[in-house]
Every structure is written in C-alpha cells, then in structure tokens.
Design a protein around this ligand. Sequence first.
Ligand code: ADP
Ligand code: MG
Length: 697
Amino acid sequence: MGELSELFVPERIAVVGATEREGSVGRAIMENLVDDFEGDVVPVNPKYDEVFGLPAVSGVGDSDADLAVVVVPPHIAVDVVENAGEAGISNVVVITAGFGETGTEGATREQELTAVAEEYDMNLVGPNSLGIMSTPKGMNATFGPENATEGSMSFMSQSGAFITAVLDWANDQGIGFKDVVSLGNKAVLDEADFVDTWGDDEDTDVIIGYLEGIDAGREFIDTARDVTKDTPIVLVKSGRTDAGAQAASSHTGTIAGSDKAYEAGLEQAGVIRAESVQGLFDAARVLENQPLPENDDIAVITNAGGPGVMTTDAVGDSRLSMAEFTDETLDTFSETLPEEGNIFNPVDIVGDADNERFREALDVALADENVGAALVLSCPTAVLDYAQLAEDTVELQEKHDKPVAACFMGGERVTSAAEVLTDAGIPNYFDPARAVGGLDSLARYRDISRRQYDDPVEFDVDRERARDILASVEDRDDTRLGVEAMDLLDAYGIDTPTGDIVDAPAAALEVAEEIDGDVVMKIVSPDILHKSDIGGVKVGVENENVYDAYEDLITRARNYQPDANIIGVQVQEMVDLDSGVETIVGTNKDPQFGPLLMFGLGGIFVEVLEDTTFRVAPVSESEATEMTEEIDSAPLLRGARGREPVDVEGVSETIQRLSQLVTDFPAILELDINPLVATPDGVKAVDVRLTVDPDQL
Ligand code: ADP
Ligand code: MG
C-alpha cells in the first residue's frame, strides 16, 4: 500500500459518477470539490462531455487521477475500483452504499471489493462512506452540506451523519479540523490505520473519533500506544453487544459483557474515552490548545463563595486536587486580599473584587510552584469588567505557561469575553464541572504520554502437558472442564493445593491420610458448575469422616441430577482462609479484543459483589499489579485492620501466568480460578472451571 498520508494530499481527483443531476450525491461531491479544492477535479461519466464546466472522461482509467471518489451504483462499484487499480490509482474513497450493511448480497460484494483493494494494494476508505476532507488542500470530497474550517484536530467517524452534525456545530464554535474521514463499513482501512497515520502527521495535534466498534482490538491497542506518546486520542464509543455475556457459563463471562473489553482496551491503548459528544470536544479542545500541567493540583480563584464550593466538589470527583499554597503565596494573599476573603484554596477574593484584584490573585496563584493549573471562576458584578478579565486571563496563562480553565458565569454578559478566551484556546464554561473536566483531561493525558509499556514476562511453562489436558475434551461430549483440569494450572506454574480425584471412599481416605490435618472434599462433575450450590463442597473433613463425606457427596449429586456424569470426588488440602483473601482470576474471549483477563474479589459471592477489573491479554507485570491495586477491596490484600498483608506479588504473577496460558491457547474460551486464595505465605488456586473449543487446539 502507498503511504496512507497520500490519501489526504491528492493532486488530481477523479469523481466517478459525477453529475449535475439535482439532489444526487454525485452532484454534491462535485460542488464541494469545485468550490475549494486546490488541485484538478476530473468528472468521470460516459454520459457527459462536461460536468460543471469541467471536461469529463468516460472511464476512471482515463482520468490520470491519484485519488478516485466512487459514487456509482453498487452493482458496478467493484468494477470501477478494479479499473482504478489497473490504472495505478492507489487511493480510493467508496461513497457507494449497498455493501455489508445491507445483507448477504451486499456482504459478498464487500468481500469482492476487499479482494480487489488487496490485489492492487489500495488505500480504500468505505464503502458506505460520506467521504473525506483535508483542509490544508481545501479538499472536501464528501457529499455533506458543510465544509470544515482549518484546524489541528483530525476526526474519524463511523457515522457519516454524525460528521455533518459535528461540522455544522463546530463551525459555530470556532473549532477547526485538519483531516476528516467517514470510515463507512471499514472494508479495508479502519480506525487503527488512521490513528497510525495521524500520529505521524505534524499538522494533527489531537485525534478524535466516534466509533461503534473496533475491529482488531489488540492491534489497535499496540498502534495507539505508540501514537499517544505525542498525540492525544479522544474517542466516543457507542453500541454494546452483550451476546458474549449471555452465552457465558463462567463468572468472568457473566460479568465481562463487551463494554468491559472496550473500557479495558481503550484504557490500555492510552485513549481518553469520552462519555458524550460534549465530553469529546471538551477534552479535545483543551488538549489542542493548552500546555500539560506539571502536577495535579489546581488553584481556584473566585469572587463567589457558592460556585467556589461547587468547584471544590467537582475537583473532588476528578483525579485533581485543590493545591496547597506555599507560605510565600499565603503571605501575599493575606496582605492583599480583604479580611472577609479566603486565602486558602478556593481563593475567595470577595464579591467587590475589581479587575485589578482578580488579576493580581491569579498572577500570584499561577506563580506558586505547588500549582499545576488554575481555574478562573467568576460571577458578574458591577465592579468587574468581563472583557478585561478575559484579556488578563489569557495574558497570565501565556506568561506562566500553565493550563488555565475559565468559568465566567452568566449569559449575554459573557459572550464577548468568552470569544476572547476561546480565541486563545481557553474554553469558557458556565458549569464549573466542565471546566474542571477539561483540566482533568490534561492531567490524564500527561500521565498517558509518560507511560512506559513493558513487555509481558515469559514464564517457563509446560506447554505440551497443558495441551494434553485441554485435548481431554476431545473424548467427551462436554467441552467444559472442572477441577479435573487442576493440572493445567500446575503446568503453567500456578500453585494448587495437594490432593487428588478418586472414585471410591477407600481411595479418598488414602489421599486424606497423606495430607496433614483436615481436608476439603468436592464433587467432580462437568454437570455441576457451582459445586457449593448443591452442597458439593465439604470443608474441614476429619479422616474418620471421609467415608461418610464421600457417600454424601455422591448422593447429593445424584439427587441434584440423576444422570449427571460424575467423575468422582476431589480430596484436597485445606487452605487457611482465615489469614487469606478469596480472589478470582479469570478470562473470557471478546470478539474484538480476544482474551480478556479479570481479577477481583472472589468466593461464592463474586457476582453479587462485582468488585472486579479487566485487561486485554497479554498483560505485563505492571499491568497485572495495577489490577491488584484498583479493585475496591485492594486494601484487604494489603492488610486492612491489623491483618497481615497477603502475597500480592503472587497474585500478580498468577494473573500473568494465566495471561500467558490464554495467549498460548486460543482454544480456552473461558476460565475461572475461583477462588484463588491469597494468604501471607502465597497463593493457591483451589478451584478451576473452563470451557475449551477443541477445534482451536
Ligand atoms: P464452587 O465454586 O464450585 O462452589 P469451590 O471449590 O470454589 O466450589 O469451593 C467453594 C468454597 O469453598 C470456596 O470459595 C472456599 O471458600 C471453600 N474452599 C474450597 N476449597 C477449599 C480449600 N482447599 N481450602 C479452604 N477452603 C476451600
Ligand atoms: Mg469456586
């Protein structure tokens, strides 16, 4: 494929299907291109000699173009693209709809299109795309009603309609773009390709996007990680498919759903995920215009007490904190501010504050080394000139080169001041929470840009043995395995209690006698997924009770399901739960991101508590450790209320070993280790359950 960046700098564009017919897409594209494009436009249409006064050619092969925009009917679109390929045109935008989005016939057509693009090594956007834009060349190769103004955000969207809406609004807001791409059906080029290209584009400062799905999740993560070192990516992701969750038989599968994969995957990719369109542009605008804060502590300067408290609340909800000023700053504030004010953060300079007092206070706060960013919060008063305050704010932001957010409250009165602020890249908001949100995004991106990604550790494991255990499902109707697959964990170096599975009471006693102290006995049957639900787990069994316990377990299983396939009873060493914490480590498959890892508080209440966190596999050591740190119950692991801390490193290592196992064996569809008991002395997987797809072995 030629460089994808070439897509945005064509010299000569062929519009295949160009026409002057009123209300047609071919006309709309011609109009948009003829207006501003700083290059040649060649209409392609055998029916006309000229279109909008430009000489037409009858086939794309005669156009001598370096970009073809295709708006012909669907049944000839693939041929047109092939002709373009034969003519050596490697950049193609297929506007035509009627492909994968329309059913079987369309899906076949889309496959043909992809095959042609591959054969000729083409950069192909679409099909079913609104088109593309690139403002430096004045290129609007879309059929939308609105052109973008020049700016430094590049924007991709899976919805063409959303692009037209955004452009209409953005033009109003003074927001400009470098490139805009309507991804359409993503038959060839997808979000990862554009993220990659814009990451290398000097004129793109921020990448933004609206996505309904990500096709190749892991590839996207790896591409985005590279890009976000220098260029922030902010995305809105909509649309959730829970099909995977419904089919799941593991806890991990039930809790995961597919949005958990996106949440984890986008976070791992270093993407800032916006919850709304407003959030998308709030974040993108500050990232485009403001410097990154050196720390997370912000100063709030205000002439209004109430909004000051609201702002403090908003800061509390964010990753930011209220800055503690240096003594020097506090001294200056005590000397210069009225007594009834507040020299601590939020700094209340009182309702009678004039522009001079506002300016001085902001200057002093921004000069404080403890302050990473500032928020100017004001309510209109008779002694305050908003326009002047806006100019002072802009000047001081530049002087100190720290990020500043503005919250000039009011209506009509604010309009001209807000314009001054916006022109200088300081968006003004009525709502303090949005202003804080902007600063929060900056702090978040600063952390992302400094991230170091380490490679996953490779443990020495017994892969062959693991494969044999997984292959054991080939001999049975059931593809689920329970504790009979305990050795799978052992093969990957995950510690399990000593014990064995037996099929007679005498054998059970033999195993129990080998084990120090009391034992745990469990029914082993692929038909009994949750053993304790039917009383199938007996904890603290003394040797003299092993016989009875054995018989009782079998009876319970028979009562529960007379034709259950009972493999036997597992006799297992007791793990000290008193000093330990029951955790869960699991995995399931996401259709886009592949194996997803879950860690959380385990035991029999896992689905009730849902204290869990996710990552796309494979994970590095630091990612696994982060997982142990970010569940709500993390303090339990680290020794809450006088308890001894458990072996958190062992937990992290187990997550990594499981990560390696599921990466090595795509045949593992889902797997739960629940509980993985973590004690001060180590970790032990006392229960396992998994589903295997023998066809993928
Ligand atoms: P299931 O999840 O199918 O009900 P488990 O094997 O997870 O069966 O056992 C249920 C509960 O019994 C565990 O959450 C744990 O509290 C306890 N338990 C199971 N095995 C042991 C063991 N070896 N030592 C101590 N407690 C255990
Ligand atoms: Mg269990």
